[in-house]
Design a protein around this ligand. Sequence first.
Ligand code: GLY
Length: 429
Amino acid sequence: MRTLVIGNGAREHALAYSLSQDPQVTEVHVAPGNPGMAAVATLHPETRGEDAAAVVDLARALAPDLVVVGPEIPLVAGVADALREAGFAVFGPSGAAARIEGSKAFAKGVMASAGVRTARAETVGTGAGDADIEAALDRFGPTWVVKDDGLAGGKGVVVTTDRDEARAHIRAVHAAGNPVLLESFLDGPEISLFCLVDGPTVVPLLPAQDHKRVGDGDEGPNTGGMGAYTPLPWLPADGVQRIVDEVCTPVARQMVEEGCPFSGLLYAGLAWGHDGPAVVEFNCRFGDPETQAVLELLETPLGGVLSAVAEGRLAELPPLTWRDGYAVTVVLAAGGYPEAPVTGVPVDGAAAGDEARGVRAAGVAADPAGGPGLVSAGGRVLNVVGTGATLEDARDAAYRELATVSLPGGHYRSDIGLAAVEGRIQVPE
Ligand code: GLY
């Protein structure tokens, strides 16, 4: 099977690596990719994922049996539709179905029709004046959830008990030309559940937890995600099934009903409160960094799994099999991330070909001086994934390997998965 992955992050590195391990997969191409993936995939740096015509041209040249579109921006822009129209089997939803991430109003409408628990929400448009903003803030709190209602890759959310900070974020989002979504705060531990979805058919992957704040102890601003672990030792035994039954299947059926069936990966971001799971957000793609941990435990070859969805055969796929134990992934970020990442800094101790050590590269570029190494080129520079029989072992493995990588000025969280190891996460009764 010849495969083409669209994207350039650590998520796409993890997808490309898992595909390369599938005995049925003969070729892995990534466009544009990043140089950290070069040992497991042929890179096509000249093709931008958002450029549907260029992606279709590349697919025509490569004739892949499967195209996997990783990030949300090309999906929302309809790149999967363009590929399907050109006759390719695609893992990734249509532009209409990708609105579950791209349009908060659409997602809220689907959830309301499907009877799925989620936060109360109100849009504060760019035309809102000072008095409108104050009135909207009065209707929420004491914890304000202020979301950029454009595509922000998980980074446009401020959760705060400080009204001044909430107001400042509303103004900043408006200044950038986007409306704001104010939401009620959902209490309880957060869960990311990724489901393969093919119309009404829903197959969950292992549940994971992301760590979105930049600093240890959940301090500092939100990021795209600083690390994740899977599975979740604190989740009730029927937790995944409840999320599938109460959230993902009703939403998948509702989307079929509304004429925009979902095909691809539906990412439910949830909080587990007193009433059970409630939706914080949906994404239309694999999450980053959770994917790097989840795929590490998937035993079923990935190419066959994604092809089953792309070809409308998910209902016939035998149950997925998983390795025992746990996986933890930790993000190494550039100095200055998330506000102003410092780029061009040499990465020591990690290079293309380090997948078996757990390295998944994201914001990296080839050494401009022509050396064999990598330099930082973005905020989240790379991830390291560790596995182990226990969550503690998996944490130790990830941090041991990360200690061998050096990025001057870089930083990472030291507490990924720690609260779960120490039994500090409880689901409300
Ligand atoms: N893990 C956050 C995201 O993928 O949006």
